[in-house]
Design a protein around this ligand. Structure first.
Ligand code: GLU
Length: 288
């Protein structure tokens, strides 16, 4: 079976040099290995994703000389599949609703931090400080019956106890020379959100379902997602999904050494193109 690679952008802004590097690397690896390249549109966040950005993704990739298989999977068309996975986790007793708003959570974190350090996840966000896990079932039902908004969270301690020690295979070339068998540390993320009222799935959940459903064998993506793989391994284990190999590539930085952002227009592919850059120039700019 040929390897299956994928490029999975979120259409919430224009692609920049960092995306170009990721897409070209996936394209080149698929070429070199006789593999396939899939494109997936990660558009679960209806408040930030826009059709014109999705159209621009197709245009920019085609300009770079990248081809992909069709039909393209758009995550917003598959909420039912993600919901079914949440039902499976719920049946295992690993999911609970939490009712605090973002402002409530910020206040709880501030209270905890006033009493000393409060742990943060690998992205630097404070772990969930709430106590919704211990709410009685009757209280949950009462709040839900009243129409209170809630998020569904993974009971991380129970999920980790269920899954045991997990590893993933990191291909050579990872950041900081990380290569070989990595030990997953999902507990570092706390009780992650699996679904919200306005977005009935989450990045972590939809990415593992889609990689499995699409038969992805090689996940090649930015080093900023390296530690997310811990949560992905856990969800794969709980849902009985196959495990791809991973390769987290270096990030393209601006001249000040900062990670590129979709809001910085200077490195947007369309801005470079408008300035007369060619696809070969883009390859040179990302050292490919
Ligand atoms: N959609 C994610 C992003 O644009 C990438 C997800 C992944 O490659 O796993 O950053």
């Amino acid at each position: 079976m040929p390897p299956v690679f994928r490029f999975a952008p979120s259409p919430n802004g224009h692609l920049h040099l960092g995306h170009a590097y990721s897409a070209l690397l996936n394209h080149d690896l698929a070429r070199q290995t006789g593999g396939r390249l899939l494109l997936r549109i990660e558009d679960i966040d209806a408040t930030r994703c826009r059709p014109e950005f999705e159209a621009a993704v197709y245009e920019d990739l085609a300009w770079l000389g990248i081809g992909w298989e069709t039909p393209v999977r758009r995550q917003s068309e598959h909420f039912a599949a993600y919901g079914a996975a949440i039902d499976r986790l719920t049946a295992q007793g690993l999911v609970y609703p939490s009712f605090e708003s973002r402002a409530d959570i910020a206040r709880l974190v501030a209270d905890r931090e006033a009493g000393g350090a409060w742990p943060r996840d690998p992205d630097g966000a404070p772990l969930y400080p709430g106590t919704a896990k211990s709410l009685a079932q009757t209280e949950r039902e009462r709040l839900i019956g009243q129409g209170a908004p809630f998020a569904l969270r993974l009971d991380m301690a129970a999920a980790c106890a269920h899954a045991g020690l997990l590893r993933w295979r990191e291909q050579d070339d990872g950041p900081a020379g990380e290569t070989g068998d990595m030990v997953a540390r999902p507990e570092a993320w706390g009780d992650v959100i699996l679904a919200r009222k306005e977005t009935p799935t989450s990045y972590h959940l939809s990415v593992v379902i889609d990689d499995a459903l699409q038969g992805v064998t090689d996940v090649v993506r930015g080093a900023d997602l390296f530690w997310s793989t811990s949560v992905h391994r856990l969800l794969q284990e709980l849902l009985g999904l196959p495990v791809p190999t991973y390769r987290h590539h270096r990030l393209i930085r601006d001249t000040a050494g900062q990670k590129l952002s979709k809001s910085t227009q200077a490195t947007a592919l369309r801005a470079l193109r408008a300035d007369g850059a060619s696809p070969a120039d883009v390859r040179r700019l990302v050292s490919l």
